[in-house]
Design a protein around this ligand. Structure first.
Ligand code: AMP
Length: 142
């Protein structure tokens, strides 16, 4: 199973935000889209990723003033991305080892989707169910 298969099932919509807008605007966007992370896109493309975890950590450190700081102040600039041809298995390993739950998908430098840990788990459960059905059919045939 490849990332392209996951995107075919879930769609290619990706929420993005400008690095210069305030964190208060980020909170509005996270709540409005009911998501946990947003890809930060500036004038020269993907500039980073920011998740609810970044907001919680920095709110604890900085306090309420954080709300007027720009998104660029709290985002992770060194963003790990994948391509549609990558396998779901390889992405599962990276997400588990590096402890992040969202990976933007790029194709020829263009943002073409985002995969969350929930999408990865759903896809692996589907694969396991399929193998189980095949095994049961094989056993039933005698
Ligand atoms: P998350 O698990 O997605 O809520 O993110 C946990 C931490 O990892 C946060 O500091 C994020 O900014 C960062 N993060 C999330 N996704 C990525 C990614 N694809 N590449 C690099 N860092 C990430």
């Amino acid at each position: 199973m490849r990332i392209a298969d996951v995107l075919r099932a879930k769609g290619t919509a990706v929420a993005t935000i400008d690095p210069d807008v305030p964190v208060s605007e980020l909170l509005r966007a996270l709540a409005e889209h009911n998501i946990g992370a947003i890809v930060v896109v500036g004038s020269s493309g993907v500039a980073g990723i920011v998740s609810e975890r970044d907001v919680v950590r920095r709110l604890h450190e900085v306090g309420i003033d954080l709300l007027s700081s720009p998104v660029s102040a709290i985002m992770t600039a060194d963003v790990f991305t994948c391509s549609p041809s990558d396998t779901v298995d390889s992405l599962t390993v990276v997400m588990t080892e590096r402890r992040f739950r969202h990976v933007p998908v790029l194709s020829n430098g263009e943002l073409v989707g985002i995969v969350s840990i929930g999408d990865v788990v759903k896809s692996r459960i589907g694969q396991l169910e399929q193998s189980q059905d095949q095994l049961q059919a094989y056993i039933a045939q005698g």
